[in-house]
Write a protein that binds this ligand. Structure first.
Ligand code: TXE
Length: 496
């Protein structure tokens, strides 16, 4: 496997140890420590990043506090223009950002380009329109004495901390940072220690677009050092987090000290339901995309595929055949359909779920093994399908976060809704049917923050995204994310 890496990307990688961006300046960690970041397709060191810690976080928050004042004082139209310029720069650098993402995370370049870079551009463009739309209301008050005019204002919170995971580093950074900035806040972002590169490049582009230095700061480093210091910092007003449930709980506990507002997106175990009357070709394609996009490392992955008994065998046969045809490889190779898992740790975690499922009695229909040959140094797992999965099995209850599909059989609508809802998670769900009434009925009954009908894994900046139940609270994207980055002030004016 030899890939050609464009010069601009090689150059960026060579300077990556200066990955802390504070007050508009890139530098190393104050401690001088670094962390290795690997290319997951080869297991080789890609570059080194700065291992930031509490003192770097202090500097970043201090510079964010100052820059936020300047930013919030700009006219809404000026803020909107700067964000639109950044959207344009993200689009102009789509290929560079996508290449970095593929090298760092492993996903195929086509995905990095047409999902991550493309939606990130749309997200910036969407929120570029927000500053000039963010108004308040005239309040119909009835004062006890005299008369008054009252109105509400949506004001920024101050400094927002964004804790970003490794599965969609550019995209999730964008959907956390863009609404925060649009609402007039400053941001300190702590990307995942295994995929920090695109958040850094994005922050450089923000400077190029004319955002004030210090408005968007990046502190790379470990979660337990840089991340922990950031979420408990006394001058952080909001934490927006996507990641594991355990870390989400820890962030919530930290917010008891600084009373930061918290938005959590914590993953899921989403049900994708194929009724007997569905267009089976579309449903099978949707099921495959639902579980194999980004190697299954997707919070809303359709990891529980409920298939009606009447079409079960046919759907399984098609899934297995398609899974066998998926070609694994380096994300920069043109004929790669699926890349490696993000890290050795994640590979081992997923392999643990696979062997556990076999022990609990699920039938391994295809995959389940680490890829060998020239891929053996990377963190590749063959696309995996289990059949005969029962609701109580670990593989049907816990988030696997890998290319592992569990197929469950069902007989009727009430039953499948009850079983789909029998999860601590509630992030997303899919329904495949030609029956219009059933599509809406089931969509309304599913306990999930997003339900897709005859489609899967579709995201758009206009559609709020987030979870019911243990999948978290608060919403990314849409107007809700914008409002979630504001606080409401009521202004009363005495008219007497
Ligand atoms: O997540 P962590 P991990 C799930 C998925 C995966 C599992 C573990 O099931 O297998 O989580 O992944 C930062 N204070 N998801 O261990 O630890 C960390 O540095 C502040 C689902 O990688 O939650 C990183 O930037 N920050 C998920 C981010 O939190 C802390 C996407 C996420 O890492 C911190 C990723 C702390 N104490 C994993 N500890 C989804 N919902 O899409 C860690 N971090």
């Amino acid at each position: 496997m030899t890939q050609t890496v464009p010069d601009d990307v090689t150059q960026f990688l060579s300077g990556a140890s200066q990955s802390i961006l504070v007050g508009g300046q890139r530098r190393r960690a104050l401690s001088g420590r670094t962390l290795e970041t690997l290319d997951p397709a080869t297991g080789k060191v890609l570059t080194e990043i700065a291992a930031g810690a509490a003192e770097d976080v202090d500097a970043a928050v201090a510079s964010a506090v100052v820059a936020q004042q300047e930013w919030a004082a700009r006219k809404p139209s000026a803020r909107g223009r700067a964000l639109a310029d950044l959207a344009q720069l993200v689009e102009d650098h789509a290929e560079q950002l996508a290449t970095l993402e593929t090298l760092d995370n492993g996903k195929p370049l086509t995905e990095s380009l047409y999902v991550d870079s493309a939606i990130a551009t749309d997200v910036w463009r969407y929120y570029a329109g927000s500053p000039t739309r963010l108004g308040g209301d005239v309040l119909p008050v009835s004062p006890l004495v005299g008369d008054a005019f009252a109105y509400s204002r949506r004001e920024p919170l101050g400094v927002v901390a964004a804790i970003v995971p490794w599965n969609f580093p550019l995209l999730i950074s964008s959907w956390k940072i863009a609404p925060a900035l649009a609402a007039g806040n400053a941001v300190v972002v702590k990307p995942s220690e295994v995929t920090s590169l695109t958040a850094l490049r994005l922050a450089e582009l923000a400077l190029e677009a004319g955002l004030p230095p210090g408005l968007l700061n990046v502190v790379t480093g470990l979660g337990r050092e840089a991340g922990r210091a950031l979420v408990s910092h006394p001058q952080v007003d909001k934490v927006t987090f996507t990641g594991s449930t355990a870390t989400g709980r820890e962030i919530l506990r930290a917010s008891a000290t600084n009373l930061a507002k918290v938005t959590l997106e914590l993953g899921g175990k989403s049900a994708n339901i194929v009724f007997g009357d569905a267009d089976l070709s579309a449903a099978v394609d949707g099921a495959l995309a639902g579980i194999f996009l980004n190697q299954g490392q997707v919070c809303c992955a359709g990891s529980r595929l409920f298939v009606h008994r009447s079409v079960h065998d046919e759907v399984v046969a098609r899934l297995v055949e398609a899974a066998r045809g998926i070609s694994l490889g380096h994300g920069l190779d043109g004929d790669t359909d699926m890349g490696p898992l993000v890290s050795q740790v994640q590979l081992e975690r997923v392999q643990g779920f696979v062997s556990g499922a076999v022990e609990e009695g699920a039938h391994l229909a295809v995959g389940g093994v680490r890829a060998g040959g020239e891929l053996s140094d990377g963190f590749f797992l063959e696309p995996t399908v289990f059949t005969g999965v029962a609701d109580g099995m670990t593989i049907a209850q816990e988030e696997v976060f890998g290319p592992v599909l569990s197929v469950l059989v069902f007989d009727d609508e009430d039953e499948v809704v009850r079983r789909a809802n029998a999860s601590v998670y509630g992030l997303a769900a899919g329904v495949w049917t030609r029956d219009l009434a059933r599509a809406h009925r089931v969509a309304h009954r599913l306990q999930a923050g997003t339900v897709w009908v005859n489609m899967y894994n579709m995201l758009d900046p206009a559609a709020p995204f987030g979870g019911f139940k243990d999948s978290g609270y608060g919403r990314d994207l849409g107007e809700e994310a914008l409002l979630g980055n504001t606080q409401t002030k009521s202004v009363w004016v005495n008219l007497d």
